[in-house]
Ligand binder design. Structure first.
Ligand SMILES: Nc1ncnc2c1ncn2[C@@H]1O[C@H](COP(=O)(O)OP(=O)(O)OP(=O)(O)O)[C@@H](O)[C@H]1O
Ligand SMILES: [Mg+2]
Length: 265
């Protein structure tokens, strides 16, 4: 186990958002998917781990309590890619990714440029290297942000809905790449994601949050059940695990308003 979270509480304003989350475990070399409805607390959890939101409890990364790390040590070990990414920087794609690299990794300029070249190729961004950030499409911008995250070489990489703007090719391509990267470099990768087909296919481990509580965690095949999806998302769904094809989660219908009865008989 490389990242462990216990008794995590977070208040924002006068609301308690995370209610003593315990038993969350993520291993190096694996993809951990963080799922749950809108407002469940996924982003808040990732921000609490990143130190962006103040929280109480135990967050331990590689046997070190994260709270005991200096800001520089934290920046060297973990990176959080937010759900909303905006950049007004007047840089092209190559420069933006190079800048991200140079803020974290000590090496020669030539080595940094090689690393950026590699990252751009891996994310199929090489043909956009000279393009200004300001003119990129939403999905292109999202892939550049992922490139900026990986070139920093964090031990713990937290990505908040990194495929939300991507076309089908790039959803598969990016997650396949992140899976291989996690395995090769033994990174802890935690990805908040709404697409349960992608979570079922690429995650080794899943955390489910609902209303700021840890509802379940485990292997996709254990936790993604029809009954659990009904409880957590208020949907009926088919969940299939074919032997020679990727898993399939097919949402069929919303069965009531989440968190309350919407009054329709
Ligand atoms: N700064 C804040 N002040 C008060 N409440 C907040 C603040 N930020 C978030 N919240 C509330 O905390 C709850 C959890 O929000 P969070 O963004 O963590 O949800 P999420 O699971 O990431 O949802 P989504 O799937 O929509 O991204 C929501 O009810 C939200 O309204
Ligand atoms: Mg969120």
């Amino acid at each position: 186990m490389t990242l462990t979270i216990d008794r995590l509480d977070c208040r924002l304003g006068n609301r308690r958002i995370l209610h003593g989350l315990s038993g969350l475990r993520a291993r190096a070399g694996e993809i951990t998917a963080l799922i749950g409805p809108n407002g469940a607390g996924k982003s808040t959890l990732l921000k609490a781990v990143a130190g962006i939101e103040k929280a109480s409890g135990d967050i331990v990364l590689e046997n070190r309590a994260i709270g005991t790390l200096s800001i520089e040590q934290r920046a060297g070990r973990l990176y959080y890619l937010p759900q909303e990414i905006g950049s007004r920087a007047a840089l092209n794609v190559f420069e933006a990714v190079l800048l991200a690299r140079r803020t974290q990794v000590a090496e020669s300029p030539a080595e940094a440029m090689d690393a950026v070249d590699q990252a751009l190729c891996s994310l199929e961004l090489d043909s956009l290297a000279e393009r200004e950030l300001a003119v990129l499409s939403g999905g292109q911008r999202q892939r550049v942000a992922i490139a900026q995250a990986i070139v920093r070489q964090p031990r713990l990489l937290m990505l908040d809905e990194p495929t939300s703007a991507l076309d089908l090719h790039h959803q598969l391509q990016v997650l396949d790449y992140l899976q291989r990267l996690a395995r090769r470099k033994q990174l802890v990768v935690v990805i908040a994601i709404h697409d349960l087909n992608l979570a079922a296919r690429f995650a080794d481990h899943i955390w489910i949050l609902q209303s700021g509580e840890h509802i379940a965690s485990g292997a996709p095949g254990e936790v993604l059940t029809t009954e659990r999806l009904r409880q957590v998302y208020a949907i009926t769904a088919h969940v299939e695990w074919p032997v020679d094809e990727p898993p399939r989660v097919t949402p069929l219908a919303a069965i009531r308003q989440l968190g309350s009865n919407n009054g329709i008989a």
